[in-house]
Design a protein around this ligand. Structure first.
Ligand SMILES: [Ca+2]
Ligand SMILES: [Ca+2]
Length: 258
């Protein structure tokens, strides 16, 4: 795009309007008199910014003593580039009328999840998030609620979440029950299958690691891949459609480890 010319008359300032938020513009000035136009200055650069929109699809996933807040960036970042928005998260016990300013945190670098720790199992909490950037901050999002529970996916109880646990979760989400749930997995038998099924039934919502709003075999595939140490983000999400990005998926799964 070429230069646009404006005459400021005698004023030593001029407001450039009708610009596009987030686009970098360069500005030069030159003095004009009856003999002509003087030399142009060096360029000064800037970009117009507005307050970002409200973050979307906030969820509060329950884990042991913690909630994992996850959300989508606002539809309109106000001109912020990817990764430039920061987010504030705040939470309160649902029974409390107001938020306490101490119960809040900020994320940086565009991170769209935050683990709220040191919560009480069995207490329902309300969570909100807002976006902020140089141009201002959004309103608080709609509330999400969650109640931390003593839940983890170390299903074979060896104090580690590894590939066997990932296989069991995937089978569970595929609908396998009883001996089919634990078949051919060392250290697990049909009695374990009953225990594991009850454990997962009670915390099924916590398995929505792709933040799709539903718990499906796709969540199991992501859990199994992550627990098999598939570290490459593209490989982790290959063939899957996650509502959040790979880092948020991994954070959600890590939050399920014992
Ligand atoms: Ca395990
Ligand atoms: Ca899901």
């Amino acid at each position: 795009m070429g230069w646009t010319f404006q005459n400021s008359a005698n004023a030593a300032e001029y407001i450039l309007s009708s610009l596009t938020n987030g686009v970098n513009y360069q500005v030069q000035i030159a003095a004009v008199n009856a003999l002509g136009v003087g030399q142009w200055t060096a360029s000064a650069a800037g970009r117009p910014l507005a307050a970002p929109g409200v973050p979307r699809q906030l969820q509060a996933a329950a884990t042991d003593g913690a909630l994992l807040a996850m959300w989508m960036p606002p539809a309109d970042g106000g001109g912020a580039a990817d990764g430039e928005l920061t987010y504030s998260v705040r939470w309160r016990a649902a029974a409390d009328a107001n938020y306490d300013s101490d119960d809040a945190a900020e994320t940086a670098g565009g991170a769209v999840s935050y683990r709220i720790a040191s919560l009480t199992n069995g207490t329902t909490y309300a969570v909100q998030v807002r976006a902020q950037f140089t141009g201002g901050m959004s309103d608080w999002s709609a509330e999400a609620q969650g109640a931390p529970v003593a839940f983890h996916i170390d299903l074979d109880a060896d104090s580690d979440a590894d590939w066997i646990d990932g296989v069991v979760v995937t089978r569970y989400l595929l609908g396998l029950r009883g001996a089919d749930l634990t078949a051919d997995l060392s250290g697990l038998d049909a009695d374990d299958a009953t225990r594991i099924t009850a454990h997962l039934d009670a915390n099924r919502s916590a398995l929505d690691v792709d933040a799709s709003g539903a718990v499906t075999p796709a969540d199991g595939i992501l859990i199994a891949r992550h627990l098999m140490d598939v570290t490459d983000n593209a490989e982790l999400l290959d063939g899957q459609t996650a509502a959040t990005d790979a880092d948020a998926v991994k954070a959600a799964i890590d939050a399920l480890k014992p």
